[in-house]
Each structure stands twice: as structure tokens, then as C-alpha cells.
Write a protein of this length. Structure first.
Length: 341
């Protein structure tokens, strides 16, 4: 499926010309290598120019790109022996949450992630990646299994947020999210969370309590979507572009704030342009961040679990001057007389 945003149109147009020239060279047996090389350089240059000057809103759009790899795409590329597990054992199966067991360097690991759909049918089945309470309760069931069997946990986050419908609220949506967050703080196994697309609100945070929180280069992570933020602040969801600038929801901002631990680079132009390279870069990040955690937890799981809690407690710390250190107010003057202390 060919899909692109307005700012990508010049690149797509030039790439089409390049492909047409390649096809013509093959069909007619004519040597167009010089012309093809020129076009390839122009495409590469245009990609560099476009993606090094993206606005915050354009980065939000890339995080939602319909051709971007989803959780299952990365799982199939990195974990070929993945075995999916279903159901929350209370209500039913929620396909917006993908969960199961795979092997990482000879060791069993638990994988959880939000899963969106590509076709209309899949989108409806996956509920656009917005999980309901049964989805988070399935995640908790698998997290508890991982904790009992000492399996490291990898979560892949890609959701606009938890499903806000009436049926989800009736079945305890907020409680399910809160219990999932609490459970992840208590796990005695290493946890790595990776934002691979949209990281929206509590729906993302429910499976994002980790020793290491990583973000792909063009992903977003925020307490609220730009559209909802604009609707609340300015009563106009069409001001989402303005809200995206204020929310500071891109990886460099969040890294500076200490919300995430590392940024995973993407292929030039974004993960949607080269799934194989994107998967290779994500796998490399797991090498760098999961393997050391597995080693640390093998020695003292309680210590590192407590460090996970401390890490999140530090987020949002602000310096507050004490009353003793506060600057003294200057004496005011009234009618030429200095105020007495």
C-alpha cells in the first residue's frame, strides 16, 4: 500500500521517476546508468534535506505512518520462533495487545506489544491498537508468568491510547491500567520497553514501566495526543500542530527530561522506508540494553527492581528553594519613608 504525507510528495515523485527509468532500462535493454546515478543522488539529497528539517507535527505524522512497521513486523523479523498466547482468563481476547514467548540468544523472553492493523478488517479487529481492560489483563497474566519463570520482558509500544469507550469503562479500564503499572514495578526480571510509533497516555504507560525505556527516532511519547490537547486547551482540535510543539513529545526532548534512556536510530527517512534495516537497528539496541540487564538481574534481582522504582520516582523532580535561601524582598518606600523590617 502506497501512502505518504504532504511533505513526502517530492521524494515519492522523484522515486517514481527513478523506478520508471530502471524499468525502462530493463525492458528496452538500454544503458541508463548515468541518468539513474544522477537521480539516485537527487533522491538521497532530497531525503536528507526533508528529514533533517522536520517540524514537531511532521514527526508526529511519521510516528503514525501507515507503512511504519508494527509490533508483529518486528517480532517476526527478530524472533522467528515467537509463540503467541491469548486471553485474559476473565473476559476474552483483545487483539490490540500482542503477547507471547520467544527466544533471545538461547533464553526464553516474554514479548508484549500494541498491535495495529493495516487493512480495514484488521484495524477493526485490532481496534486501531487501542486496548481494552481484557488486553491489559492479558498483559498482566503474561507478565506474572514471566516473573514466575524468570523470563526477561520486552514491550513494544504503539498506541494512540487505551480505548475510551463505554464498554471499556464498564469493565474497569482505569483499574486495569493502574494494576498493570503497579505490577511492572514489582517484577523481579529485567524489562526493556521500546516506543516504536505512538506512545499515547496511560494506554502506553501500562506496559512501559521498564529498567530501560527506549524510543525509535521518529516515535512520540506523551500524556495526551496533540488533537486532544488542542481540544482541551483551545477548544479546537484543528490546532494539533501547535499543540505538538508545546508537548515536547519527541525523543530528544524526552531524553533531555530523563523520561527515556536512549534513542534508537531509524533508516534514513524513517522506519517505513526500510523495514529490514529498522529491525536490525532495533535488534542492535536490544543487544546494548537488554543483555547487560540480564546479567545484572542474575546477580541481584531485588536491587535492580528497586532501582527501577527509584528511576521513575526521580522523574519530574524540581528544585524548590527553601524559605531560608529565598531572596529577601527589597524594603518598599512610601511617602519618602523606608519601610521598617
Amino acid at each position: 500500500m502506497e501512502a505518504f504525507f504532504e511533505f513526502e510528495k517530492p521524494i515519492v515523485s522523484l522515486e517514481k521517476k527513478l523506478q520508471d527509468l530502471r524499468d525502462l532500462a530493463t525492458q528496452e535493454g538500454v544503458d541508463f546508468s548515468t541518468e539513474i546515478n544522477v537521480l539516485e543522488k537527487k533522491v538521497a539529497s532530497l531525503i536528507d534535506q526533508t528529514y533533517t528539517k522536520l517540524t514537531p507535527w511532521q514527526k508526529v505524522q511519521l510516528s503514525r505512518h501507515p507503512n511504519r512497521p508494527y509490533t508483529r513486523d518486528y517480532v517476526d523479523a527478530i524472533f522467528p520462533d515467537f509463540m503467541e498466547l491469548h486471553g485474559d482468563r476473565l473476559y476474552g481476547e483483545d487483539q490490540a495487545i500482542l503477547g507471547g514467548i520467544a527466544t533471545w540468544k538461547g533464553q526464553s523472553v516474554m514479548i508484549l506489544g500494541h498491535q495495529k492493523g493495516r487493512t480495514t478488517k484488521q484495524k477493526m479487529e485490532r481496534n486501531f491498537g487501542m486496548a481494552k481492560p481484557e488486553g491489559y489483563r492479558k498483559a498482566m497474566r503474561l507478565l506474572e508468568l514471566a516473573d514466575r519463570t524468570r523470563m526477561p520482558v520486552i514491550t513494544l509500544i504503539d498506541t494512540p491510547g487505551a480505548y475510551p469507550g463505554l464498554d471499556a469503562e464498564e469493565r474497569g479500564q482505569s483499574q486495569a491500567i493502574a494494576e498493570s503499572i503497579l505490577l511492572m514495578f514489582r517484577l523481579k526480571v529485567p524489562v526493556v520497553a521500546i516506543v516504536i510509533g505512538e506512545g499515547g497516555s496511560g494506554g502506553a504507560l501500562a506496559i512501559a514501566i521498564a529498567d530501560q525505556v527506549l524510543m525509535q527516532e521518529y516515535s512520540t511519547y506523551s500524556v495526551i495526543s496533540p488533537e486532544s490537547c488542542a481540544s482541551i486547551l483551545w477548544s479546537d482540535s484543528s490546532l494539533a500542530e501547535r499543540a505538538s510543539e508545546k508537548l515536547k513529545m519527541n525523543p530528544p526532548n524526552l531524553s533531555a527530561f530523563g523520561v527515556i534512556d536512549a534513542i534508537i536510530p531509524e533508516p534514513k527517512g524513517g522506519a517505513h522506508r526500510d523495514w529490514n534495516e529498522a529491525a536490525a537497528l532495533l535488534k542492535k539496541a536490544l543487544d546494548e540494553h537488554l543483555d547487560p540487564l540480564i546479567e545484572k538481574y542474575s546477580k541481584n534481582p531485588e536491587k535492580h527492581r528497586d532501582a527501577r522504582t527509584a528511576k521513575f520516582r526521580k522523574m519530574g523532580d524540581v528544585a524548590i528553594a527553601s524559605a531560608d535561601a529565598a531572596p529577601q524582598a527589597q524594603p518598599s518606600k512610601s511617602n519618602g519613608e523606608s519601610a521598617k523590617k
